[in-house]
Design a protein around this ligand. Sequence first.
Ligand code: FE2
Ligand code: FE2
Length: 263
Amino acid sequence: MMKLLFIGDVVGRPGREIIGERLQRLRNELGLDFVIANGENAAAGAGLTGAVAQTMLDAGVDALTLGDHVWDQKGFETEIARFERICRPANLPAKCPGRDHLILEKNGFRLAVFTVLGRQYLGMKSECPFLASDRLIGQLAGQADAVFVEIHAEATSEKQALGWYLDGRAAAVVGTHTHVPTADASVLPKGTAFLCDAGMTGSYLSVLGRLIDPVVAKFLDGMPRRFPVAEGDVRLSGVVIEYDPAAKRAIRCELLTVRKAAG
Ligand SMILES: [Fe+2]
Ligand SMILES: [Fe+2]
């Protein structure tokens, strides 16, 4: 049995710290073979840097994915190429820097990983996530034993539709971007683990990981202002998936919430 933890969008230092404090123990306790995390908000809440990525890889994350905030940190567009365990969204224009997928290996089992951006209410220049998934899954045939697909999207309809579209072809389709964990973890009929949103790893005393007051104020007056990363009620949110390589299907998909120890 192959066991995977996917960690939802890591927001700023509080998100990175709970990974540093808890991940190694989780790896041992749960017997995890692979740990993947979305790092699109890991650097000060927006984007990723090489240094920040390295702290998460050192803390026990095997691979980092990204989303619409992929290029928010200046210079990351040149740094990304030297990280073999980081991939940018696969359906960005082909000329964008960075890998469009990764292949992780454990005890001879090869897990391919890629992220596609949704196109509903998301302003990135990107190719159709459905056709991009088709293309990559086709390309990965023979190179990987299972495929993990992250759908980084705003609309739950687009996420669910992709889950059904890839049922039986992907080991899992897991949503990110909305930062709110959803209560729909399941294994679809043809064996694909599915969850609309893995939630956020960061402060839940917040609006999507940022301090509440400036966000509320922006909704009231529309004026530009900074949105500092919040620090209260820090949780690690993700999904644990078990996959049976012999049956070639997921057998378990459960939301995981870990709260930071008090004090
Ligand atoms: Fe995010
Ligand atoms: Fe996002």
